[in-house]
Design a protein around this ligand. Structure first.
Ligand SMILES: [Zn+2]
Length: 346
């Protein structure tokens, strides 16, 4: 596999303009700060949390029960809907960054993502009649999955009108509505529901999981990915991490995301952190002068002095230990225990 770098998926020539777009968005969101509301932990519901840090006018707190950290107070759903509908940052990504980086993103992110998802389906002996992707975006995942010819039906949920249009233009079946409002004709229809990098943006993650669960067949799989709040680059860089931004309200960790799914009576099959960029992201911040490793000789050695020989080994270690900042969780919807199930058990 070719070396995968930050430059591939976030081309440097767009960084300055994208930062301006993000700053405009932050201003828009903060203009409605009076409407932000206090919440309990988005993973476990615990009420007690300790202040963590503040970035760009948003306050982050850490749950004293499960270590999830989260933005609190936070914009409610109606404010988020308004915010994303006219996001200057998203418009910039759609117009410039996605088109310029799609080939690299497909190769480095989406092809491995589809490979991984199909491996998991095979491992757990899943039917492959229908898959739903919640948050289809540009449709790159759905297009790649369709090209494999494994699933008979691939459907995307994409509530943003411009993105939904792009997906339809690529021949993807799209439901243009938030997953929470999808009506009954697709309830219980899907063998697999996948949602990549969506749950961290939401006001109410538990409601989101409930809505997806309703659309799964009994025994069907839910696959979620999101940033790992205990991941190496997020934990090391703190407010300097680009993953810590105004769009990400929830920073689960492998245990807390699993517990959120268990609360919905799901059987959590596995979680893992296959990220490939943590070490490089920290290294790049150091090289850019935005982060100092003073007093951290081990990291200075691995990320800077001996990078060529130790960098990849260190990243592999982070992945193996569940310490990368890219988290996957796979869970199964319970099969109703009925008479037929009882007979089968016997
Ligand atoms: Zn918690």
């Amino acid at each position: 596999m070719k070396k995968f770098t930050e430059q591939d998926i976030r081309p440097q020539q767009f960084v300055a303009d994208q930062q301006v777009a993000a700053l405009i968005d932050i201003g828009r969101l903060l203009s409605r700060r009076a409407e932000f509301v206090q919440v309990s932990c988005p993973a476990c519901g615990h009420l007690k949390a300790a202040p963590k840090y503040t970035k760009n006018g948003f306050d982050y707190v850490t749950c004293l029960n499960c270590d999830t950290f989260y933005v609190n107070p936070r914009p409610p759903g109606a404010v988020l809907d308004w915010f994303y509908r006219d996001s200057v940052n998203y418009a910039y990504w759609n117009a410039h960054i996605f088109p310029a980086s799609e080939t690299a993103r497909r190769e480095r992110i989406f092809v491995p993502r589809v490979d991984r998802l199909l491996e998991i389906c095979e491992k757990y002996g899943l039917e492959t009649d229908a898959l739903l992707e919640v948050g289809a975006g540009f449709g790159t995942f759905c297009t790649e999955l369709q090209s494999r010819g494994i699933f008979k039906r691939v459907v995307g949920v994409e509530p943003t009108p411009g993105l939904a249009e792009t997906c339809r233009g690529r021949g993807i079946e799209i439901i243009e509505a938030p997953v929470e409002t999808i009506d009954s004709n697709v309830v219980g229809q899907f063998d697999v529901i996948a949602s990549f990098e969506v749950i961290e943006h939401l006001f109410a993650p538990a409601e989101f999981v409930k809505s997806m669960l309703r659309l799964l067949k009994p025994g069907g799989l839910l696959m979620l990915t999101c940033p790992n709040g205990k991941g190496f680059d997020i934990d090391t860089l703190k407010t300097v991490s680009t993953s810590v931004d105004h769009e990400h309200l929830n920073y689960f960790n492998p245990e807390s995301l699993a517990s959120l799914l268990k609360q919905q009576s799901m059987d959590v099959l596995e979680s893992f952190t296959p990220g490939r960029l943590d070490a490089e992201l920290v290294r790049n911040k150091v090289l850019a002068g935005e982060f100092s490793l003073a007093g951290q000789p081990f990291l200075q050695q691995v990320l800077i002095d001996e990078w060529q020989t130790q960098g990849q080994t260190f990243q592999d270690y982070l992945v193996a230990q569940g310490m990368s900042s890219n988290l996957w969780v796979v869970a199964r919807k319970a099969v109703q225990v009925g008479f037929a199930g009882f007979q089968k058990e016997r």
